[in-house]
Design a protein around this ligand. Sequence first.
Ligand code: BES
Ligand code: ZN
Ligand code: ZN
Length: 477
Amino acid sequence: MKINLNDKNINKVSADVEIIITCPKNLNKVHDIKLLEKVNFKAHDEEVVLLLEKQKIYVGCEDSSYDAIAISIAAAIKELKKTTFTSAKVLLENDDANILKPLVEGAFLGEYEFSKYKAKKEKTNKIKLTIVCTKLTTLLVNTLEDSIIIASSVNKVRDFVNTIPNDFFPKTMSREAKKIAKNADVSVKIHGEDYLDNNKMHTMLAVGRASRHESQLIHLTYKPKNATKKIVLVGKGLTYDSGGLSLKPADSMLGMKSDKGGGCAVLGILNAVSLLKLPIEVHGIIGAVENMIGGDAYKPDDVLIAKNGTSIEIKNTDAEGRLVLADCLCYAQEQVEDLDYIFDFATLTGAAMVGVGQYTTAIMGNDVGLKCSAVGTALRAGELATNLPFNRHLRKLIKSDIADIANLGTSRLGGAITAGIFLDQFITKKNKNKWLHFDIAAPAYVTHAWGYNPIGASGAGVRMTVEFLKNLDNNKC
Ligand code: BES
Ligand code: ZN
Ligand code: ZN
């Protein structure tokens, strides 16, 4: 997709098709109302009609929220892709940068297709979209550039997560991190299993033991000269989760290539913040591991010692993400002193999906204000998110008879929260209120198309985090 801004009169802008976004209450004012009535177009959200002879696409949009605008432009782009037309123009209402952002991001996200494994590729005509404004202000030009970087980073994450486990394993994650390290001010350190062994990261090491792929601890650092804050992002990068010896049932294993969604989101965020040249230091730390079965697999009944000395009774090898994150969180806090925020991203629990539905990220942490601010930021950035609360009763459920804690709660109820509480054990006192846990198990992988997301990876986590980092000084609840 190529998007540009133009301040000519819309009638003088040449394009195959004009896209007209309209709300139900303004429908009677549109030029083609008679024709639109004939096809029963009511301008409701997600409603789209192509008037072929007029070379116009009308799309409904019931309000000016991010979602409504992004979904409507995505619907128009999808309609356009069914034709042989390759260019379109659309009017930017009131020269509003808050409309431009969802317009650009919705167009990019709506155009996305993953056809790597199709012998016959779908038509890949690059679409050219001209957004027409009355005055080309710096704000509009900057908004356009930023939104292109953000949406392209989301699409990069979608490509990574959609790639099959045979083609995307821990070393592939390292390779992609190295590519991102080519951006200005980004460096990367890659550690293999010897490092994990020598640095007491035995819980992460155990999870990957039965895999033929060597586990990788990836540490990307974006450090511009003018950095004012230090942020650490930690990602669960399970390139495949079979469940291990506590093997998943066949149906639940399908889609587990998406268990690298958190780690890939961290790659996407590092890509975006470095291209946006944000004035902050950002660390991206990813535990890239494959959870498999075999004679060397770690077992239910094992007791593992995490990097901070906590002993963990393994009750289920399918609760592996929290083990990888435990060591990565310890590593992160040892490596980065005086951090301002530490966030982790993980497709951690099926329970999060049961609890909040398949579209929403569950955010947990100790600081209510920070959690609430993150939810607000996510919604503004076009991602659905909500808070889940810790409490003292749920905290008791991960007690173990023989070790410091267990990797499984004694009750399935509140499973997303007990997983969050488990991670909290690996957050130092100093960082308790600087930490947030994002369980993206639900939105990271789409099983029926919704909004501007086709089936497959959604790139969850990127837009909300970049928005948070762009507004670090005013992320108030
Ligand atoms: N990767 C899964 C969580 C998951 C489930 C992600 C569905 C995406 C879709 C995680 O490692 C897992 O298996 N969690 C278990 C935890 C349980 C054993 C406590 C789960 O949610 O069932
Ligand atoms: Zn698992
Ligand atoms: Zn998992």
